[in-house]
Design a protein around this ligand. Structure first.
Ligand code: FES
Ligand code: FES
Length: 153
């Protein structure tokens, strides 16, 4: 075990965990931020996505020791701005079904929009395709993305 200082959703935390503990488990079990979901645990599905310095990363595949000194944003932190256009569009188009994958979907899209304010639909699809949804909400996600990107133009 070792002590690590983390900055999550603009709050500072000190955690005592093994250095190779996946960030996912520190967020969920140590800090109680259960909005970040566990699914494959192998960096494949994208369900556990968080923002690290504004970029989407899979928290199940990121050791806590490598998250030190970075700005970590979970869906709880992102939701502090409930008027964000992504949330508004998601609600307007009733994108979510069970909701389990949605933090990963939303933060993956947010990361892309942080990098490119006006991505092409193809660029968005290439990125979003890597986040799996067992409920098959892909068609509504696509509709929401098209609306968001169109509104940016
Ligand atoms: S749970 Fe992390 S990518 Fe699937
Ligand atoms: S909304 Fe249920 S897994 Fe995506």
């Amino acid at each position: 075990m070792a002590q690590f200082q983390l900055e999550v959703n603009k709050n500072k935390y000190s955690v005592d965990v093994d250095p190779d503990t996946p960030l996912l488990w520190v967020l969920r079990d140590t800090l109680g931020l259960t909005g970040t979901k566990y699914s494959c645990g192998e960096g494949i599905c994208g369900t556990c996505t968080v923002l690290i310095d504004g970029k989407a990363e899979r928290s199940c595949a990121l050791e806590v020791q490598n998250a030190v000194g970075k700005e970590i944003t979970t869906i709880e932190g992102f939701a502090e701005n409930p008027t964000h256009p992504i949330f508004k569009t998601w609600i307007d188009l009733e994108v979510s079904q069970c909701g389990y994958c949605q933090p990963g979907q939303i933060l993956t899209l947010a990361s892309l929009l942080n990098e490119k304010t006006k991505p092409s639909i193809k660029q968005v699809e290439d990125v979003m395709d890597s986040v799996l949804c067992r409920c098959g909400t892909y068609h509504r996600i696509k509709k929401a993305v098209v609306k968001l990107v169109e509104e940016e133009k």
